[in-house]
Ligand binder design. Structure first.
Ligand code: NAD
Length: 312
């Protein structure tokens, strides 16, 4: 029998809403807050107790979970908006947002200086995983904090990995997504090369999926329709993992690469391609739709219009 916690959940958007609902289902008391009143009302229907403010939500909490857009939102909430000052001494702060590693470390420092405990715990698995309670958490912070958060992470996901000290969860997240972006572009380029050589999509898939080209971008999120019927390519690239979210994560990776003086030419090129794609035709599409920009005749993200007329 897992002990029930009182959780303040700040940020009830696409991810936070269903994550908070899963905490309620697991028997925890959840006090929620979001700047958007409609999201607060939707969370209430799932058993989340709406709070009038973030400060109002945290005063009774053992644990404060945040699921916010970026590092500046987390730091502003903690410091300027008074959440750290309002929490009871020793409160555990778990930030599940995807944010800059440097911001994550600054958040850990601010929490410690205020007399509390903290964990960075970004997720992978998307909205589908948030709803199903099958997220993977990548955590950075102390072993005791990771253990203390365990029952809550278990209620929202199916796997939690303790990656190391402050910021290590965010570091793991951006490294993983850089692999994913580079491999998606590589798989897409291989399909485009196959098209130009007259090689059938299915034939390439049958070989590469059981050979050394095998990877998630090929066997789960295949960027051309047909070989993997559940991949977004079969529903006109409706996400899935939207290109703007990939562009955001790659922006964080690029910033970390530059800060650390790491060359990573493929990672930086992937960040550039996805930033341009997400700002244009890729805005509402799955990240695998980048294949459309790579075909002969497509001008690509760098040039604007991209459709070559070649069926995907
Ligand atoms: P979202 O925009 O749907 O939700 C963020 C919520 O935070 C919004 O509802 C916003 O109103 C709220 N908010 C912002 N500032 C606030 C404040 N000061 N107080 C209270 N509420 C505040 O975004 P999302 O898709 O739920 O993503 C949340 C985080 O999870 C992001 O960091 C994102 O990168 C990460 N993430 C998202 C996905 C995904 O598939 N959507 C997958 C993995 C990770």
């Amino acid at each position: 029998m897992v002990t029930s916690s009182t959780v303040a959940f700040i940020g009830l958007g696409h991810m936070g809403g269903p994550m908070a609902a899963n905490l309620v289902k697991a028997g925890h008391r959840v006090l929620g807050f979001d700047l958007v009143p409609g999201l607060l009302a939707a969370a209430a229907t799932a058993g989340v107790e709406p709070a009038g403010s973030a400060v109002g939500a945290v005063t009774e909490a053992d644990v404060v979970i945040t699921m916010l857009p970026a590092g500046r939102h987390v730091l502003a909430l903690y410091r300027e908006q008074g959440v750290l000052a309002a929490a009871r001494p020793g409160t555990l702060f778990v930030d599940c947002s995807t944010i800059d590693v440097a911001d994550a470390r600054a958040a850990h420092t601010a929490v410690a200086e205020a007399g509390h405990r903290s964990l960075d715990a970004p997720v992978s698995g998307g909205v589908v995983g948030a709803e199903a309670g099958t997220l993977t958490f990548m955590a950075g912070g102390g072993a005791e904090e990771f253990a203390a958060a365990g029952p809550l992470l278990d209620a929202m996901g199916r796997k939690a990995v303790h990656c190391g000290t402050a910021g290590a969860g965010q570091a793991a997240k951006i490294c993983n997504n850089m692999i994913l972006a580079v491999s998606m572009i590589g798989v897409s380029e291989a399909f485009v090369l196959a098209e130009s050589l007259g090689l059938d999509h299915q034939a390439l898939y049958d070989v590469a999926s059981t050979a050394s080209g095998q990877c998630w971008a090929l066997t789960v999120n295949c960027p051309v329709p047909g070989p993997v019927p559940t991949s977004p390519a079969n529903r006109d690239y409706q996400p899935g993992f939207a290109a703007p979210l990939m562009a955001k994560d790659l922006g964080l990776a690029a910033a970390a690469l530059r800060a650390g003086g790491v060359a990573a030419p493929l990672g930086l090129k992937a960040a550039e391609l996805y930033a341009e794609f997400a700002a244009g035709d890729g805005a509402g599409l799955d990240f695998s739709a980048i294949v459309r920009t790579l075909r002969p005749g497509a001008t690509g993200p760098e040039g604007g219009a991209h459709e070559s007329g070649t069926p995907a």
